[in-house]
Design a protein around this ligand. Structure first.
Ligand SMILES: [Zn+2]
Ligand SMILES: [Zn+2]
Length: 151
């Protein structure tokens, strides 16, 4: 059974308390039910970029009435309200992230952790995109993370 993954990389979206999550969900037009609060807390505070199955497995001990359908529906709702983004670093799995600002992802092929990194395309000039307006961009890098390299 997968429990809360350890916190990875530096936190670039801050950890939120339960009242803060309630407020955040309400502000974004989402009724803060207990499963929604717990799912968002897991996503945001553990930053492991989990799949829906990992979320389910991590929370089922605390929320015994939780179903996989609830997790999938909640993720759809969060996506619709733009408080999560999907990460499609592998073709066969969808991972979720509560950090919705533009940032890149690095997946370690040894430990399978997904790390966030900050970057801004405004800092880089791309000749082919001169005159274009950039709305959203995704960068996925695969490799071996620092801690695996040091093993
Ligand atoms: Zn690694
Ligand atoms: Zn991320």
């Amino acid at each position: 059974m997968i429990k809360y993954a350890e916190i990875e990389s530096e936190n670039i979206m801050k950890i939120m308390s339960i009242p803060e999550i309630k407020k955040y969900l309400s502000t974004n037009g989402i009724k803060p039910s207990l499963p929604r609060i717990k799912i968002f807390e897991y996503l945001n505070n553990y930053k492991s970029h989990p799949t829906a199955d990992e979320i389910y497995n991590a929370l089922i001990d605390d929320l015994i009435t939780l179903s996989k359908t609830t997790v999938y529906n909640t993720m759809d709702l969060f996506l619709k309200h733009n408080i999560v983004i999907q990460i499609l670093i592998e073709e066969n799995e969808i991972r979720y992230d509560s950090l919705t600002s533009n940032h890149g992802h690095f997946k370690c092929i040894k430990c399978n952790k997904v790390y966030d990194f900050k970057y801004d395309l405004a800092d880089i000039s791309i000749k082919e995109l001169e005159g274009f307006s950039l709305i959203e961009y995704h960068t996925y890098i695969k490799g071996i993370c620092k801690s695996c390299n040091e093993k």
